[in-house]
Design a protein around this ligand. Sequence first.
Ligand SMILES: [Zn+2]
Length: 330
Amino acid sequence: MGTEAKGKRNHLPWLPVLLIFLLTSVILAAGCGPSMENSQEEGKLDVIATTFPPCDFARQAGGGHVQVSMLLPPGSESHTYEPTPKDLIRIQSCDLFIYNGGSSDTWVDRMLEAAEIDPAKTVRMMDYVSLIEEAEEGVIEEEEQEDGFLPSLHHYDEHIWTDPMNALRIAEGIAGRMGEIDPEYATDYRANAERYADQLRALDETFKEIVEAGVRSEIIVADRFPLIYFTTAYGLDYTAAFPGCAAETDPKPRTVAAIIQKVREEQIPYIFHIEFSNEKLADLVAEETGAQKLLFHTAHNVSREEIESGVTYLSIMEENAENLRKGLGK
Ligand SMILES: [Zn+2]
């Protein structure tokens, strides 16, 4: 009895250490930290994704066999990101590199053309889905043309992941490529992707049910509009202020007036803004009309706090579902 108690006492000091160790492992396994901060774990597939959606899809498909890092610093603007020389070295040394392939990461195409990245170890997300042209109708302000723009690339909207069924196709594509690079665990990657696909199908059903039950079938986005894949998937109408990748979100007076008029005339109770927005226009419209603001998080990027609190594409979209239920509800 006495010895047993003594033994227990002796073991007790280890408990907090063990707990800290376990917690740290959980955080590391959770992944999607900045690529510069993650130390490489022995024996795991080293995956780098440019932004949050592919980062999350990769950790869902990869499970415990991979370590996924995000290239874009948390909370930063994805459209103006340019890789640092250190980033390039990280990309060249990783086992799998995942990028979207739209107008925000033309730098990847330049690297591929210059043979600085091996195409065999990359996944281009836009290869896995049907592309939709950038919305013009329903978006009040036009895209400012920048110097050196590639019109052919700009033609298609890049925010493909906002449709959960596209997320499913991309996750399956990532799992397939992981299996090619790391055949030992190919069946695990496929099984993980299948499990994830079930969750995405459930999310898709939720959105369908919300839109069907809604009193309204239009959303007002007093912000940028990176949601053409989402609205197309669920047959929603929209009126939005700025194009999806617009750098400038200081609304022109006629934009403010148009949205206010629309909200007033149709007595629309809720308007949407997106994440990391200055919410200038949404605030103006809310003030003028009494409509309430709701967030539609397009998951373009997430903040450090969101990463630390363990957000996922699914958790973000489930919150969107609740806001959409409210927004369409009356
Ligand atoms: Zn964008």
